[in-house]
Design a protein around this ligand. Structure first.
Ligand code: TYM
Length: 331
């Protein structure tokens, strides 16, 4: 008898264009894991509105993100791909889970601390309770594994704590999820400032999946390094070069040792454009396929509609169980 596959859930906010950081930290693993697991990959638009968005841009980017997921190699026949706001059970479970989450726990989330500094004039309740919605995303589908970059580890750990607490009060209800973080590429740094994470809100330090080859080449040529010349992995002393080495290895599949010896004695003038070329070749087929898919809106619509239907069926099962356990009267 065929063993039941384990389940994966992950998502990305359409709050900006997809970046090389998200690709290397998350999507690359999603593609690698899609055969072995039963996967749901979501466009988490409800998370995106925790900071102010331009509505027309959010709508456009959500669709572009779906096209880019597929172009990166995610097969819509194998995976459930959908838009979060199309499955209302996310918001419903989030409310319940919020009643099993401590104010103190949410106050300790580093992403909340960072974002509330960045958006000091608009620190909303949504920004604060964001990790509860993320826990609902994961727990609704009884996910075993959550492939994410390093920065999301704390949120997945909180999700486990919430699940464990709920299970403790009401008996086993939720599967406890594990974060799955890549060895290479878990935290890609900004090309302009290697002490901060590559993020979609920093256009010069950030490479977008849809950037033209010229733009990619320019960004890598300008990447901040140090005043030595040795291509050596040393994140403490040489954060810029180490970041470029990580990107090169994640883009080509080569090891750090191979790469260091390939560029030994060659200096940054050779190394930086070579990293740019590796990324250009990585992104070329993705950009071309995403552009083609965006011309076929009917197809994209059929993917997200079918995805939402399948997701909602799974989500409803968990939500009914939860409503019953907490004592709500059945409909
Ligand atoms: P988001 O949208 O900020 O990022 C999407 C994914 O990309 C990873 N990532 C990076 N990895 C390496 N280096 C970087 N510079 C980099 N930048 C981003 C992130 O770790 C993430 O895996 N809260 C989540 C979205 C979310 C989610 C979920 C994820 C909502 N619900 C449920 C998993 C499961 C977020 O803001 O990711």
């Amino acid at each position: 008898m065929e063993e039941k596959k384990k389940r994966i859930f992950s998502g990305i906010q359409p709050s900006g264009d997809l970046t090389l950081g998200s690709y290397m930290g998350a999507i690359k693993n999603w593609v690698a894991l899609q055969d072995e697991y039963d996967c749901l990959y979501c466009i988490v638009d409800m998370h995106a509105i925790t900071v102010r968005q331009v509505p027309a841009d959010l709508r456009k980017r959500s669709l572009e993100q779906l096209a880019q997921y597929i172009a990166c190699g995610l097969d819509p026949d194998k995976n459930i791909m959908f838009i979060q706001s199309h499955v209302p059970q996310h918001a419903e479970l989030s409310w319940v889970l919020g009643c099993y989450t401590q104010f103190g726990e949410l106050s300790r989330m580093t992403q909340f601390k960072d974002k509330s500094q960045k958006h000091a004039d608009n620190i909303t309740a949504g920004l604060f309770t964001y990790p509860v919605l993320m826990a609902a995303d994961i727990l609704l589908y009884q996910a075993d594994l959550v492939p994410v970059g390093q920065d999301q580890k704390q949120h997945v750990e909180l999700c486990r704590d919430i699940a464990q607490r709920f299970n403790g009060v009401y008996s086993d209800t939720f599967t406890l999820p594990e974060p799955f973080i890549p060895k290479m590429g878990a935290r890609i740094m900004s090309l302009g400032d290697p002490s901060s994470k590559m993020s979609k809100s920093d256009p010069e330090g950030c490479v977008y999946l849809m950037d033209s080859p010229d733009a990619v080449a320019r960004k890598f040529k300008r990447a901040v390094t140090d005043c030595e010349t040795a291509v050596r992995f040393d994140p403490e002393q040489k954060p810029g070069v180490s970041n470029l080495l990580t990107i090169y290895c994640a883009a080509t599949g080569k090891t750090l040792a191979e790469t260091e010896s390939a560029f030994a004695g060659q200096g940054y003038g050779v190394f930086k454009p070579a990293v740019g070329d590796a990324v250009i070749e990585l992104l070329r087929p993705i950009r071309e396929e995403a552009t083609r898919l965006l011309g076929d809106k009917a197809y994209l619509e059929s993917v997200y509609r079918a995805g939402a239907e399948r997701a909602a069926r799974l989500a409803e099962k968990t939500l009914r169980k939860v409503y019953k356990k907490v004592g709500f009267v059945a409909k």
